[in-house]
Design a protein around this ligand. Structure first.
Ligand SMILES: N[C@@H](CCC(=O)N[C@@H](CS)C(=O)NCC(=O)O)C(=O)O
Length: 204
């Protein structure tokens, strides 16, 4: 099995956490975003992560996590029953389609010729409110959706971990926004512990 990935790729880290949770070892091909020819050749598109297992090519971090879960059911990444499965998928969809809007728009705004600072402030507040939402989700449990690591944690962690800082070499503009517009304080102690807990887990 081979994982196409890139240094500091948030979506590839989702899959790296999920694979390690299952104890699945993979070979890795690290691409440079300046040259996507290899990932385009194998998958017909240019984004990472891509997982290749024989003739099977899976793109998209959430699809890859679901595919891994089917391949190796234990320990589970998604709940086995339909209602809980749908809840987790909807949560991850919310994260990808709603949560990501604020940092993406901040990154675009601060690159603009005349940034609208009021918009940036409002979006920064939204990011704070969403951190408070994660704090509430972690009330009485160690992970976002229960007592064990799930696909929800794998999906959210690579983005929200920036609240605890960033490696100096990780200088992507979007990651700088995630770092600068998420701050942990005493009202976010559960998020702080959750970041530490997941950061200590292995990655493929
Ligand atoms: N929906 C895809 C998004 C993949 C994606 O955006 N990957 C980023 C790395 S985290 C990428 O390849 N970026 C290169 C680019 O956009 O130029 C997923 O969940 O895997």
């Amino acid at each position: 099995m081979r994982l196409y990935r890139a240094n500091f790729s948030t979506n590839a880290e989702r899959v790296a956490l999920a694979l390690a949770h299952k104890g699945i070892e993979v070979d890795s091909t690290y691409i440079d975003y300046a040259d996507r020819s290899e990932v385009e050749r194998v998958s017909g598109q240019g984004l990472v992560p891509v997982l290749v297992d024989g003739d099977t090519v899976v793109t998209g971090s959430v699809r890859i996590m679901a595919w891994i879960d089917d391949l190796v059911p234990a320990p589970p990444l998604f709940p086995p029953d339909d209602a809980r499965y749908a809840e987790m998928m909807i949560f991850i969809e919310w994260f990808d389609r709603v949560w990501k809007v604020a940092p993406t728009r901040i990154a675009a705004e601060i690159e603009a010729e005349h940034p609208d600072h009021m918009v940036v402030i409002a979006l920064g507040r939204e990011m704070r409110t969403m951190l408070e939402g994660f704090e509430s989700l972690l009330s009485g449990r160690k992970f976002l959706m229960g007592s064990e690591l799930s696909a929800a944690d794998c999906a959210v962690f690579p983005f929200v971990k920036y609240a605890a800082g960033r490696e100096p070499a990780d200088n992507e503009p979007f990651h700088r926004v995630l770092d600068e517009y998420q701050e942990l304080d005493d009202d976010l102690m559960r998020v702080r512990s959750w970041i530490k807990r997941i950061d200590a887990l292995p990655r493929a």
